[in-house]
Design a protein around this ligand. Structure first.
Ligand code: UDP
Length: 238
């Protein structure tokens, strides 16, 4: 069996919490560095990588809006927080010699490029990792939906969601020892059983555009390399 990667171009979605390490808030530099190593290892295989990073480690619109901030403003704050995470990951990757570009859905020309699809494609062709920041640029969405949207726009072969556990379970495996892990799921099963893979708009977008979603653990060293080869433990939604 050939050991060539199964995917030529992938979208990797990381939640903001994935960058937190053991902290309760913000960025853990060791964790960001470790993830950058994992991403570099896949990049070294010649796989083109798009990245979307959430902001749950800094700011989540829904929870902030429950207090006093108007929901749309809170969502814009969440989107701005994703830019901070994107810049942190960009620095970590570039320190390891990987060329990157950050493109933001909310233009902020002195900080990063605006999102321009054709330009992003060109970056990938030139072996640069493109980090898509500021989500979709619209309130009432999440970075899961941004990851699905950009994956489709960029013609990615798969959307890889790196999480705290090694796939999708029928219950929370951290609290329920009897929780069962799925190897494969259909989009419809995820939607009808309300399985917590990604939010429903992301799943619907993936389904309508036949984008496979692979859920794998960020904690296992080499997990990202494994999943792009179709090896290791993960759940595939297709
Ligand atoms: N957000 C938004 N529109 C988007 C993407 C994100 O309004 O297209 C806001 C929203 O408030 C969200 C926050 O940014 O709560 C952070 O994103 P998310 O919750 O998806 O981060 P994650 O859970 O992946 O860390």
């Amino acid at each position: 069996m050939s050991d060539a990667p199964k995917y030529r171009r992938v979208m990797l979605k990381l939640s903001g919490e994935g960058l937190m390490g053991d902290k309760d808030f913000g960025l853990c530099t060791e964790t960001v560095n470790r993830l950058a190593d994992e991403i570099k290892a896949v990049h070294d295989l010649g796989v083109q990588i798009c990245l979307v990073i959430g902001a749950g480690n800094i700011f989540r619109g829904v929870s902030a809006a429950a207090s006093t901030i108007e929901r749309t403003s809170a969502d814009y704050m969440g989107m701005l927080a994703t830019v901070m995470n994107a810049l942190a990951m960009q620095s970590a990757l570039e320190a390891k010699g990987v060329n990157t570009r950050v493109q933001s859905a909310i233009p902020m020309d002195t900080v990063c490029e605006p999102f321009i699809r054709r330009r992003a494609v060109r970056h990938l062709e030139k072996n640069r990792i493109v980090i898509f920041a500021a989500g979709t640029g619209n309130p009432f969405f999440t970075t899961d939906t941004a990851a699905a949207l950009r994956a489709i726009e960029m013609g990615a072969d798969a959307l890889l969601k790196g999480t705290q556990v090694d796939g999708v379970y029928n219950a929370d495996p951290k609290t329920n020892p009897d929780a069962l892990r799925y190897d494969t799921l259909s989009y419809q099963q995820v939607l009808s059983q309300n399985l917590r893979v990604m939010d429903t708009s992301a799943i619907a977008l993936a389904r309508d555009n036949k984008l496979p979603i692979l859920v794998f653990s960020l904690h296992k060293p080499g997990g990202f390399v494994d999943v792009v080869h179709g090896r290791g433990t993960y759940t595939i939604v297709e």
